[in-house]
Design a protein around this ligand. Structure first.
Ligand code: PEP
Ligand code: MN
Length: 341
């Protein structure tokens, strides 16, 4: 259910509506818009009788939201959500490029790659401190030490940091050091973790589970938003299909469908989808062409020596090529910079 307030409704009227909603045992979520405020309602197991709410002072209309996802729904908030974070603006007119190694491996290498990527026009630095690896016997990340290296790389390069929290235990530390908390594909349905980052002040980059439907993906975002955190960035990173020529199958058709259904920004990670560096640039081009707000790619100065995901890491020379390609695509889709060199 969505209560649309009149254009001139004042704060007292909005508060009053929220109070009445709470008295019904439901949760109100005020959503300020460009011209008017709306109040989303969640928590109802059966349809709510709209007549009492429609009669409240300042209320223009009460609309039933038919889909199970509510706060993520464009019906609730028609305007795009634009997230300003770590010196970048995600979901606005400009395409955002997030780049960096799969894992943080050493202090020097992290600072060095941050500088190199900044100079080449990247907007945010990625790097895993906690790694959700498929095998327990492979490199699991340097943990808190890596977070400190990322923080140092931020002050050296000026790039904001994206890094993953794999468990509720590490969220406090991660949120202290990074600009955006990543939730990985393997954790997309970890309700406790989603709720915990929902109580964080940091924006959340939520990756699609490798077997998640669109609705499950948006309901995962709903977990985060229902705890109060409205700053969610969706990330398509490939799903598992019968196709076995690449690591996963990049589901680009979800991008325009998500754009239609949700106001949240959407970025595409072609690296994990492809699993092979030679596919990353063409898939990134396609991602921007299909309407994504940005891409996230893995880059390593010497992929052969990477401690994780070396096969899909771009070299710096390839990252240059990627940026040059995106600079051609961006104006064609009427979007703004992937900064000129
Ligand atoms: C990653 O971004 O390094 C990662 C582990 O991604 P995913 O959760 O999509 O596999
Ligand atoms: Mn990786």
């Amino acid at each position: 259910m969505l209560i649309v307030m009149q254009q001139g409704a004042d704060a007292d009227q909005i508060d009053h509506v929220c109070r009445v909603v709470r008295e019904l045992g439901l949760t109100p979520h005020p959503i300020p818009g460009r011209t008017r405020t709306a109040v989303g309602i969640t928590g109802n197991v059966a349809p709510v009788d709209p007549s009492g709410l429609a009669a409240l002072p300042g209320v223009l209309d009460v609309i039933r939201v038919t889909k199970p996802f509510k706060l993520t729904n464009r019906e609730m908030k028609p305007e795009d959500t634009v997230i300003t974070v770590g010196g970048a603006i995600i979901g606005g007119p400009d395409i955002v490029v997030i780049a960096g190694p799969c894992s943080v491996e050493s202090r020097e290498a992290t600072i060095q790659i941050a500088r190199e990527l900044k100079a080449r026009g990247a907007n945010l630095l990625r790097g895993g401190a906690y790694k959700p690896r498929t095998s327990p016997y492979t490199f699991q990340g340097l943990g808190p030490e890596a977070l400190r290296m990322l923080a140092e790389a931020r002050s050296e390069s000026g790039l904001g940091i994206v890094s993953e929290a794999v468990s509720t235990d590490d969220v406090a530390e991660v949120e202290q050091q990074v600009d955006i908390i990543q939730i990985g594909a393997r954790n997309m349905q970890n309700a406790a973790l989603l709720r915990r980052v929902g109580r964080s002040r940091r924006p959340v980059l939520l990756k699609r589970g490798m077997a998640a439907t669109l609705e499950e993906f948006l309901l995962a975002a709903e977990y985060v938003m229902s705890e109060g955190n409205r700053q969610v960035i969706l990330c398509e990173r490939g799903i598992r299909t019968f196709s076995d020529h690449s690591r996963f199958t990049l589901d680009l058709s979800i991008v325009p469908e998500l754009k239609r259904l949700t106001h949240l920004p959407i970025i595409v990670d072609p690296s994990h989808a492809a699993g092979r560096r030679d596919l990353v640039i063409p898939l990134a081009r396609a991602a921007i062409a299909v309407g994504a707000d940005g891409v996230m790619v893995e880059v390593h100065p010497d992929p052969a020596k990477a401690l994780s995901d070396g096969a899909q890491a771009l070299t710096l020379a390839m990252f240059d090529e990627l940026m040059a390609e995106l600079r051609l695509i961006v104006p064609a889709v009427r979007r703004g910079p992937v900064a000129p060199r």
